[in-house]
Design a protein around this ligand. Structure first.
Ligand code: NDP
Ligand code: 2IT
Length: 439
């Protein structure tokens, strides 16, 4: 870690992600002779390639604006680089390297042949017109296209990048390359997208939690569920939890959270989708229609009592004090929909209390797994029906859960899903790297 810290001293999020993996994987490596002297982890923390580029675009006032674009190609030992694009003002090299690093382990866990990558830009889509977003996406792809391809690197969405942005990005790639290929995932259904991809991350996070609960003969039925975020992942995590008989009581955005004591029903969730996806409004607008709810400005929802918590907004949104509060209020299960939403102090508290805790690289892997299924369908030039993709997603989440049990079960029977996910993800990539020599 000293060497990694020194080399990446200005990248706190990246170091946080590496530290968590190192703590669980190094003790395992020490027990396996095949890794002796191979410095596998030290090789894995250095991106195979990290690209930054200028993204110039013209706003609606005719002013020229410049953003910074990135693509981190972290590891391609088991397949083409794969991972989302994030458009958010907080995007930095550190944030994208942490996401790309986690993606390597996550993609390995999915059982599909995908390496890890991540990219994006410090562009803020909030308040931008549709044509500004289109011009930005076109300019971004006019440079990114050099580095990607269906067998090289396949980007997708993440924060601030949904099906609209994927459409603009895909259009420019197709024009420049004069090719119709599966170079991006999260595409629209009429041009190569997969059914269930929009729902997959949120649904998968719930399926993973279902698997965890099953080990204790419990289910979502009649449980109180608290969710943060109100974007793609949060919306579909809420939808599936409601379908399974739970009462979802919170959603949030960067302005604060809503608490609806009576529960967010399917009808209320449809209103949230209209507010967030169509009107581009804030979650606080929810209370104008539903008087049973209150809005708490500037706060995260973790003080609300719940049985199951699903952080689905962003990194480090749930700290040690939040974790203690959740535990005190009776929370039995935390399934991360976002990437690295819990701080190291929060994870420690969950482990100390021995509650069910799934790290995002296991529990939110359903999104990228379904992206993998989209790639397969594109290669086959065929589309699977909704139920078939959903069944495959469920099976993958159950297989990831089994891998976590295999590597994460401790002597007293408690399952450390962080350890399980990190080691299971590591083994597949490490073995491929060993087989391919020092590359
Ligand atoms: P969206 O852009 O659809 O939604 C993001 C949500 O998180 C919004 O409610 C947003 O609020 C909130 N949010 C974003 N940044 C912050 C912040 N700094 N503080 C507080 N709230 C914030 O993104 P997704 O739903 O796709 O992504 C959510 C999380 O899930 C991310 O961590 C992402 O990496 C992860 N993820 C996404 C996958 C996918 O397939 N989309 C797959 C696996 C993981 P606001 O509108 O106010 O910004
Ligand atoms: O963090 C993630 O796994 C994603 N944003 C989805 C990546 C993908 O390639 O579908």
């Amino acid at each position: 870690m000293d060497e990694v810290r020194e080399r990446n001293s200005h990248e706190p999020e990246f170091l946080q992600a590496v530290q968590e993996v190192a703590e669980t994987v190094i003790p395992y490596i020490a027990t396996q002779k095949i890794y002796d002297g191979k410095n596998i982890l030290l090789r894995m923390v250095e991106p195979e390639r990290a690209i930054t580029f200028r993204v110039p675009w013209v706003d609606d006032q005719g002013e020229i604006r410049v953003n910074r674009g990135y693509r981190i190609q972290m590891n391609s030992a088991i397949g083409p680089y794969k991972g989302g694009l994030r458009f958010h003002p907080t995007v930095t090299m550190s944030v994208l390297k942490f996401l790309a690093f986690e993606q390597v382990f996550k993609n390995s866990l999915t059982t599909l042949p995908m390496g890890g990558g991540k990219g994006g830009a410090d562009f803020d889509p909030k308040g931008k017109s549709d044509s500004e977003i289109m011009r930005f996406c076109h300019s971004f792809m006019a440079e990114l296209f050099r580095y990607i391809g269906p067998n090289t690197d396949v980007p997708a969405g993440d924060i601030g990048v949904g099906s609209k942005e994927i459409g603009y990005l895909y259009g420019m790639y197709r024009k420049i390359r004069n090719e119709f290929t599966g170079v991006l995932t999260g595409k629209g259904l009429s041009w190569g997208g997969s059914l269930i991809r929009p729902e997959a991350t949120g649904y998968g996070t719930v399926y993973f939690a279902e698997n965890m609960l099953k080990t204790q003969k419990k289910s979502f039925e009649n449980k109180i569920v608290s969710i943060s975020g109100s974007g793609n992942v949060a919306q579909y995590a809420a939808e599936k939890a409601i379908q399974l008989g739970a009462k979802v009581v919170t959603l949030s955005d960067s302005s604060g959270y809503i608490y609806d004591e009576e529960g967010i029903t399917e009808e209320k969730l449809a209103h949230v989708m209209q507010l967030k996806n169509v009107e581009k409004s804030r979650i606080s607008a929810y209370i104008a229609k539903y008087s049973s709810a209150k809005f708490v400005a500037g706060k995260t929802p973790w003080k609300v009592a719940c049985d199951i918590a699903m952080p689905c907004a962003t990194q480090n949104e749930l700290n040690g004090d939040d974790a203690k509060e959740l535990i005190k209020n009776g929370c039995i299960c935390v399934s991360e929909g976002a990437n690295m939403p819990s701080t190291p102090e929060a994870i420690l508290a969950f482990h100390k209390a021995k509650i069910l805790f799934a790290p995002g690289k296991a529990s939110n892997a359903g999104g990228v797994a379904t992206s993998g299924l989209e790639m397969t369908q594109n290669s086959l030039r065929f589309n699977w029906p909704r139920e078939e993709v959903n069944e495959k997603l469920k099976q993958i989440m159950s297989d990831i859960h089994s891998s976590c049990l295999a590597y994460g079960t401790e002597e007293d029977g408690y399952v450390n899903y962080v350890k399980g996910a990190n080691i299971a993800g590591f083994v597949k990539v490490a073995d491929a790297m060993l087989a391919q020599g020092v590359i």
